[in-house]
Design a protein around this ligand. Structure first.
Ligand SMILES: *[C@@H]1O[C@H](CO)[C@@H](O)[C@H](O)[C@H]1NC(C)=O
Ligand SMILES: *[C@@H]1O[C@H](CO)[C@@H](O)[C@H](O)[C@H]1NC(C)=O
Ligand SMILES: *[C@@H]1O[C@H](CO)[C@@H](O)[C@H](O)[C@H]1NC(C)=O
Ligand SMILES: *[C@@H]1O[C@H](CO)[C@@H](O)[C@H](O)[C@H]1NC(C)=O
Ligand SMILES: *[C@@H]1O[C@H](CO)[C@@H](O)[C@H](O)[C@H]1NC(C)=O
Ligand SMILES: CC(=O)N[C@H]1CO[C@H](CO)[C@@H](O)[C@@H]1O
Ligand SMILES: [Zn+2]
Length: 437
């Protein structure tokens, strides 16, 4: 009886998440209480420590929260990498609360968590958050980590040699990305209201738009967020500084940046990531948090479902043994650092509905090509399944090495972007205003 009462207590503690800012200790206590109340649905771990030694907590949710399962895609949300941009940090706690309390009750959330592993990191820059003493709508030093580095300029860059020294927070995220087969992700910021997508930088002289081979998918992903958000899709921006048609923008069209996390995920992590700017005010008063949660709730859920777009499967040899490091890509969509199968021989390719030729290649063997008709599968919580079986035995693939940094310098399609236009000049004029977003 005492045990039962204890569990009930924990559940009520976990459910009582209020709309206020949770500082490091409260945030940690909250995540621990959720894990204690939902031990089989959640897994709590720290992927490293900040400069000041704070844990970088990640709560994982899913039917199998502690480990990857074949066919179940990995999704992540990361917030507060700029310590003074605080809305994402709090709404991710409310998202956790909503997911755990809906599992087993709401059929959609139950199916979502049965078929997806969701990783949530409420803060990537806990030191910066603690250094920002009071709510303030504008830029503050809490943006940076304790060493004064901007973490969203701290990743290796595909277009430029990034000479910034890699910070502990960045290193932890890089290791985490290497460790998991992430497929889809978003990083949550503040200071504007827009969904921004890769690329953020470009090769050659300035051009208006930096298009990735998966531009159509990125536009769909960004619109999924903006149109499911209470107002982002209106694109009215903040204080008339800049408007964003349909609430989305190519990162580079907005303003170029080097060393950003979303390009890193796409180029090196095989993970499609977009950047969500969720509030005009970077650190709004706590009494606005409930409205921010309401405005974003549907968008946060609908965006997770997109991890089930496209096609997935396993590559094996004649004996049925998985082939890690096989290159699997859709024809016409080469990634400069080719997308490869994981240790279990699995691949996941986010693609919009349509007809594609999927090419599975192991150097030294004949490529396997399959034409697939991809339906809209996000409502089914499973991408189309297409396995590949090589007719030979003991097929082994070396880890295909990526070209040297910067990767895109030589690629001709990258220079197919449009010439500078009046639009671009206008964008440049606004760069000074938005440089710290
Ligand atoms: C989710 O998984 C649980 C555990 O296997 C199962 O009992 C339940 O029926 C599943 N629910 C749905 C809606 O798929
Ligand atoms: C970064 O380092 C490279 C190689 O040392 C150098 O060529 C480049 O100019 C440096 N870039 C900046 C912005 O300092
Ligand atoms: C990487 O995965 C291993 C094995 O699951 C785990 O022990 C380790 O903590 C993970 N590291 C990170 C940074 O996620
Ligand atoms: C299949 O992919 C490999 C590796 O990326 C490439 O070399 C080959 O040309 C591709 N084959 C076809 C028919 O596109
Ligand atoms: C979704 O799942 C149902 C039932 O399993 C199946 O009949 C249907 O064809 C699937 N739809 C798509 C688009 O995959
Ligand atoms: C080619 C190009 O525009 N590269 C830019 C990448 O971003 C850095 C930081 O803004 C710029 O200095 C580079 O010029
Ligand atoms: Zn930011």
């Amino acid at each position: 009886v005492i045990r039962v009462v204890g569990i009930l207590c924990l559940i009520s503690v976990a459910a009582a998440l209020d709309f206020k800012y949770h500082h490091a200790e409260e945030l940690e206590a909250y995540l621990k209480s959720v894990h204690a109340a939902y031990p089989s649905l959640t897994h709590l771990h720290s992927i490293g420590r900040s400069v000041e030694g704070r844990n970088l907590w990640v709560l994982v949710l899913g039917r199998f929260p502690t480990h990857h399962k074949i066919g179940i895609p990995e999704f992540k949300y990361v917030a507060n990498m700029h310590g003074d941009e605080t809305v994402g940090r709090e709404i991710l706690l409310h998202l956790i609360d909503f997911l755990v309390t809906s599992y087993g009750r709401d059929p959609v959330i139950t199916r979502l968590l049965n078929n997806t592993r969701v990783h949530i990191m409420p803060t990537m820059n806990p030191d910066g958050f603690e250094a920002t003493k009071v709510p303030d709508c504008y830029y503050s030093r809490g943006r940076y980590n304790k060493n004064g580095e901007d973490l969203n300029r701290n990743f290796p860059d595909a277009f430029e040699s990034n000479n910034a020294s890699i910070q502990p927070e960045t290193r932890a995220v890089m290791n985490w990305i290497k460790n998991e087969t992430f497929v889809l992700s978003a990083n949550l910021h503040g200071g504007a209201l827009v969904a921004s997508y890769t690329f953020d930088n470009v090769t050659g002289s300035s051009k208006g738009y930096s298009r990735s081979p998966d531009d159509d998918v990125f536009i769909h992903l960004a619109k999924t967020y903006s149109f499911n958000h209470a107002s982002m899709y209106k694109g009215t921006g903040c204080d008339n500084r800049q408007t964003f048609p349909e609430g989305i923008t190519n990162g580079y069209s907005w303003y170029q940046l080097e060393g950003g996390m979303q390009d890193y995920n796409y180029v090196w992590g095989q993970c499609f990531e977009i950047t969500l700017e969720l509030s005009c005010c970077k650190y709004p008063p706590a009494d606005q948090l409930e409205k921010f949660w309401r405005d974003n709730k549907v968008a946060l859920i609908e965006y997770i479902k997109q991890v089930h777009l496209g096609v997935k499967g396993q590559v094996t040899d004649k004996n049925g043994d998985p082939i890690p490091n096989a290159i699997v890509e859709a024809k016409g969509r080469p990634h400069v650092c080719p997308y490869r199968t994981n240790q279990l021989g699995e691949y996941f390719l986010l693609l919009l509905p349509g007809t594609y030729v999927i090419n599975a290649t192991v150097p030294g063997f004949k490529s396997l090509l399959k034409t697939v008709e991809i339906p809209d599968t996000t409502g089914n919580f499973s991408a189309l399944k297409q396995d590949f079986s090589f007719p030979e035995v003991s097929v082994r693939s070396r880890a295909a090495s990526c070209p040297k940094i910067p990767l895109y310098q030589e690629l001709e399609w990258a220079s197919a972007a449009v010439k500078p236009t009046l639009h671009h000049i206008l964008v440049l004029m606004t760069v000074l205003l938005v440089i710290f977003q």
